[in-house]
Ligand binder design. Structure first.
Ligand SMILES: O=C(O)CCC(=O)C(=O)O
Ligand SMILES: [Fe+2]
Length: 361
């Protein structure tokens, strides 16, 4: 079936207001840069161009794990945050995890969709060790438009730097900052286990919300599920790249367009999940735009309104969240006052995983 056509766009971004795509304050100086606790992680845009990622072999580390997670649970305790998804893991440091424990952590993330670890020293390891940890879970992804750490292009920097004017401008046109998405879904092998690490957080606010797209799929009736299992959608980075280029930012990787199944199967749990999001999907393959829009809007609405299969995580200092990008959608919330002297600053490492497995071959 023909993929959806793409029109060049300079329209307002379907873009996360947390994500700078170029230095945001005058003369490239970040307003709070002097006050940053982690200046090495302030976003930088190296003019490095990335070639397309070739297909690679991926074996999910959770497939090697002991099903009872005996290594991980020797010291750690698990507390569930909500019945359908989300757990807090305490009593362990990521820094002291053996490979067996990492495999079991991957299994826990596969089962619980997102896992929060508090009081971690991870933020202070330095980029090389952090990058090395992430590579255990998949192949590094180089994000085309967002700022990074020089020499470490796998770092995707999320930084709100005190520029409240930019947020005010955003809200001139928008009702909410929420933008539900899966990370980098336009790649042929999109990220699986995604790591978010907080560096500086506002006193209150700036939570991240996650929804289980497994449970969203489970709630649908069998006939509807079966209809979805025949469908694929085209995901694309073109809109994001065009927006960055049209507005003085860089796009360091040629735009990518990929067709993925709407229902994907998890390689470890075998669960089926909806793989749709509001940021990168251009349309359902072979469907006309109004047909595609109505179905995608319905599915997005269903996922985002299902508070009975969501969790909202708050960012205490020293928190790390690892989530499964294959079975969740997530959104930042920009509800805090950026004028306060506390930046919201975090990094994401999004190692890439398998080609999405369709529910029907
Ligand atoms: O800022 C957040 O809470 C999440 C950011 C995010 O989803 C992203 O950068 O992909
Ligand atoms: Fe994200």
């Amino acid at each position: 079936m023909a993929p959806h056509s793409l029109e060049p766009t300079e329209e307002a971004p379907s873009y996360d207001i947390n994500l700078p795509y170029k230095p945001t304050s005058e003369k490239g100086q970040l307003k709070h840069a002097g006050a940053s606790k982690y200046p090495q992680y302030l976003p930088k845009w190296e003019p490095v161009f990335f070639p397309p990622c070739p297909e690679f072999d991926f074996l999910d580390p959770a497939l090697r794990a002991d099903k009872d997670k005996r290594t991980l649970l020797k010291d750690a305790q698990i507390k569930h945050i909500s019945p359908k998804m989300g757990s807090e893991l305490s009593g362990v440091q990521l820094s002291s995890m053996s490979d067996a424990a990492k495999d079991e952590l991957a299994l826990l993330v596969s089962e619980r969709k997102c896992v929060v670890l508090r009081d971690q020293d991870f933020a202070d390891w330095g980029p090389a060790s952090q990058q090395n940890f992430a590579e255990y879970f998949g192949k590094p992804n180089y994000q085309p438009v967002t700022g990074s750490v020089p020499g470490f292009p796998a770092f995707h920097i999320i930084h709100r730097d005190g520029n409240q004017a930019e947020i005010d401008k955003f809200f001139e046109h928008k009702l909410t900052s929420t933008l539900w998405h899966q990370d980098v879904s336009y790649e042929r092998q999109p990220p699986g286990y995604v790591i978010l690490c907080i560096l500086q957080a506002p006193e209150v606010g700036g939570d991240t919300v996650f929804a289980s797209t497994t449970e969203a799929y489970n709630r649908l009736s069998p006939g509807f599920q079966s209809m979805l299992e025949d469908l694929r959608a085209t995901h694309s980075s073109e809109k994001m790249c065009n927006f960055a280029r049209a507005n003085g930012g860089l796009c360091r990787k040629d735009p990518i367009r990929t067709s993925h199944p709407i229902v994907r199967v998890h390689p470890v749990t075998g669960e089926k999940s909806l793989f749709v999001n509001g940021e990168f999907i251009r349309g359902i393959d072979g469907w006309k735009d109004p047909e595609s829009d109505i179905l995608l809007n319905f599915l997005t609405d269903h996922i985002t309104k299902g508070h009975d299969f969501q969790v909202r995580l708050s960012w205490e200092p020293k928190s790390v969240v690892i989530f499964d990008n294959r079975t969740t959608c997530h959104t930042a919330t920009v509800d805090y006052d950026a004028r306060s002297d506390k930046d919201r600053h975090m990094f994401r490492l999004a190692p890439m995983a398998e080609v999405p497995i369709p529910a029907k071959k």
